[in-house]
Design a protein around this ligand. Structure first.
Ligand SMILES: *[C@@H]1O[C@H](CO)[C@@H](O)[C@H](O)[C@H]1NC(C)=O
Ligand SMILES: *[C@@H]1O[C@H](CO)[C@@H](O)[C@H](O)[C@H]1NC(C)=O
Ligand SMILES: *[C@@H]1O[C@H](CO)[C@@H](O)[C@H](O)[C@H]1NC(C)=O
Length: 376
């Protein structure tokens, strides 16, 4: 009997308790004759039933306390709550539903600070943290609550890192080795191959830039390249976007300068994912080395400035592709197999933290040397 009960319990504790209860009931009932019951046997029956009920209740309550069941219950049923301490850049867009948007269930997102005590994780956006100062972090800190440092700027544009040692439990950034890795975009393998169709391309090279700085490698490269090729520049100091839409504007071009503002490992931004890939154009990238890009996207999906000895050589190659439709189309072959996903700021980030908590278990961690890691 013990063995059967044990096996049943492994399958489902509730069934085990029920079967145990019915077994006891049957035993008791078989002791008594249904018709013509003497007073003594009524008492046996009543005592037996009471015993069974008490045992069943006891079993049910003690089973609830077994770690196996408790973990199951906590992690599957109780929604994990994630709190955004500062709404990044002061924007207060609604946070959305992780399940509907990203197929991550059991999450409750909030930017309501009065819910801090119950939060499983609190997210702190670096820019706002530096703006307000670390003295504006919460006063109380439940020991199991995870504090997550969140940053999507590169080290060159992330001041104040050195004051943040030993505060946070997790990092979240575009770096692959973050505790919660959230890139600016990613590819998703398709179930069925897509038909390849390209928007009509009537123009050659485009660039959208808002933060113009003559010191930046990208601006220096641009000055060289434009000696050999016409380049249409959009943004603060340039042309106006068609219908205010980057994607609409860039779609008409064969090439797009996906030049990052600074060069750091894994720092590959929406300039590649949205501006170039969503516009169905060929990115010319300037950022980390080619091998770093190839961790995330196919080798034949982009042109790297490092592939060429000089901007003049790159210009010759672009003019060659402009005349060779088939060679140009090879840069789109991968699109048959993948869809481009652009990460949604900031609800996707909150949902990814929620997902990470669920898989992390109870292991504790503190990020001791944040600056050293992020700047490496
Ligand atoms: C959603 O997630 C579940 C469990 O992780 C998975 O089985 C299912 O295929 C996912 N659905 C979609 C549409 O991706
Ligand atoms: C914030 O949460 C508190 C406590 O749960 C609730 O009473 C309050 O109405 C919430 N505020 C907003 C703006 O939702
Ligand atoms: C988070 O970090 C704090 C500060 O070091 C530490 O006291 C706490 O135990 C950590 N919690 C988790 C869940 O890692």
């Amino acid at each position: 009997m013990g063995f059967i009960f044990n096996t049943l319990y492994q399958l489902d504790p509730k069934i085990a308790v029920l079967v145990g209860f019915l077994f006891g009931l049957t035993l008791t009932a078989s002791e008594v004759v249904p018709e013509n019951l003497p007073r003594r046997q009524w008492r046996v029956l009543a005592a037996g039933l009471t015993c069974c009920t008490v045992l069943a209740l006891y079993a049910a309550s003690s089973l609830q306390d077994l770690p196996l069941l408790r973990r199951h219950r906590d992690e599957e049923d109780e929604p994990l709550s994630v709190l955004l301490w500062w709404e990044p850049f002061g924007s207060s867009r609604p946070l959305g539903d992780c399940r509907a948007r990203f197929n991550i269930s059991g999450c409750s997102l909030s930017a309501n600070r009065s819910r801090q005590q119950e939060a499983h994780a609190v997210l702190f956006h670096h820019r706002d943290l530096i703006l307000h100062g670390p003295e504006h972090l919460p006063w109380v800190r439940p020991p199991a609550q995870r504090w997550v440092w969140m940053n999507f700027e590169s080290p060159s544009h992330s001041p104040g890192l050195h004051s943040l040692a030993g505060i946070f439990n997790w990092t979240m950034s575009y770096r692959v080795d973050s505790d919660v890795f959230v890139p600016y975009g990613y590819l998703r393998a398709r179930r069925t191959p897509a038909h390849l169709s390209l928007p009509a391309k009537t123009k050659l090279v485009a660039w959208v830039i808002s933060n113009w700085n003559e010191e930046h490698a990208r601006v220096r490269y641009f000055h060289q390249l434009k000696k050999y090729l016409p380049i249409d520049v959009y943004g603060a100091q340039g042309l106006e976007l068609k219908d205010d839409s980057v994607v609409k504007t860039i779609s008409e071009y064969k090439f797009y300068l996906a030049f990052e503002n600074s060069q750091h490992p894994d720092y590959i931004t929406e300039k590649l994912w949205r501006n170039a890939f969503k516009s169905r154009t060929v990115p010319i990238v300037l950022g980390p080395p080619r091998s770093n890009y190839e961790l995330f996207v196919p080798a034949n999906s982009f042109i790297h400035v490092d592939d060429f000895a000089s901007p003049a050589h790159l210009a010759i190659y672009l003019k060659f592709l402009d005349k060779n439709k088939n060679r140009y189309r090879r840069y789109f072959a991968w699109r048959k197999r993948y869809d481009v996903q652009v990460t949604s700021f900031w609800d996707e980030h909150c949902c990814r933290v929620c997902e990470a908590i669920r898989t992390a278990g109870h292991q504790r961690k503190t990020v001791q040397n944040l600056a050293h890691w992020f700047e490496s």
